[in-house]
Design a protein around this ligand. Structure first.
Ligand code: SAH
Length: 284
């Protein structure tokens, strides 16, 4: 668990930086629109650039995953527009979001499109940037700490490790239709770390498919729920116990599943199964 953050200090830090530099955006004109990564939740994980864009914004269009503590950095007069997604139900369609961004930018407002984690990792940031550019607007993308990096750090899991993992794969758990199935054989190859986003509902199937494609059932696995926030939970288990762990602990989104030898490093409150040293560690 992280230590309690001190947003006041961070705020001062941002103010001091601004004092030394010119305003980040020019006078009111159409754009650029800043597509900004808000990080995984802990406001101290915002980048300095994200903080500066946030403080300068007239309009902030944000998702559900963006924490209130991050939104608190906005100017008091800034308009905040929630376009979030709650359990599959989109408060606004992607077309409506695109139209909203375009409208505000054309009206000369400084627009920040604020997204959880990194805007280009499972965040549709690419689609939004493409749409804005297609309509003649300049787009600036400000990266953020993606859930994999934030949750791994918070849980004490090194995503790569010279002895255990030479690759990291970020994958969505959403692919369920046969044509959207991931390359299970590739994902089941040992010696790598899998970080599965949006994978809570499909955890049982993911584990079953990975084992069917040859990944050892005793491969360490960890679940990080609401990583980097005050409500963070870290659960350590094994691949063959993943589905039961998720069900028994009542894990809810947002959560990532980390599968691979490095998950044995998870600093879990309660270790549900002792992870064995998997075959992949010996193979490297
Ligand atoms: N752009 C985001 C991902 C958006 S998809 C990023 O780069 O992190 C939404 C998924 O991200 C969630 O279902 C969950 O799997 C993951 N996620 C986002 N924030 C998280 C957090 N604080 N803790 C755990 N998982 C998180």
């Amino acid at each position: 668990m992280r230590a309690p953050s001190d947003p006041i200090d961070l705020h001062r830090h941002g103010a001091a930086l601004r004092a030394r530099r010119p305003a980040p955006l020019g006078p009111a004109s159409a754009g650029p629109v800043a597509i900004v990564g808000a990080g995984p939740g802990d406001p101290e994980l915002l980048t300095v650039k994200a903080l500066r864009r946030l403080e300068a914004a007239d309009v902030i269009v944000h998702d559900r995953l963006v924490s209130g503590e991050v939104l608190a950095f906005a100017r008091p007069g800034a308009e905040r527009i929630y376009v979030g997604k709650a359990a599959g139900a989109h408060a606004k369609t992607q077309e409506q979001i695109n139209a909203l961004l375009l409208g505000h930018a054309r009206a000369g407002r400084r627009v920040v499109r604020l997204k959880g984690g990194d805007p280009f990792v499972f965040g549709r940031g690419g689609e939004e940037a493409e749409h804005l550019r297609a309509h003649g607007l300049e787009v600036e993308v400000v990266p953020g700490i993606t859930a994999a990096a934030g949750c791994a750090a918070a849980a004490g899991i090194p995503l790569t490790h010279r002895d255990h993992a030479h690759a990291v794969t970020l994958v969505t758990g959403h692919g369920t239709a046969p044509e959207a199935e991931p390359d299970w054989a590739g994902l089941a190859r040992p010696g790598q770390t899998l970080v599965i986003y949006m994978g809570v509902a499909t955890a049982a199937r993911t584990a079953e498919r990975l084992i069917a494609h040859g990944l050892a059932p005793e491969t360490p696995a960890a679940v990080v729920e609401k990583g980097t926030t005050e409500e963070q939970r870290v659960l350590a288990t094994r691949l063959d116990g993943l589905a039961a762990t998720v069900a028994e602990a009542g894990v809810r989104a947002p959560a990532v599943l980390v599968i691979g030898a490095v998950a044995a490093y998870a600093e879990a409150a309660d270790r549900l199964a002792e992870p064995a040293v998997p075959a992949c560690a010996a193979a490297l």
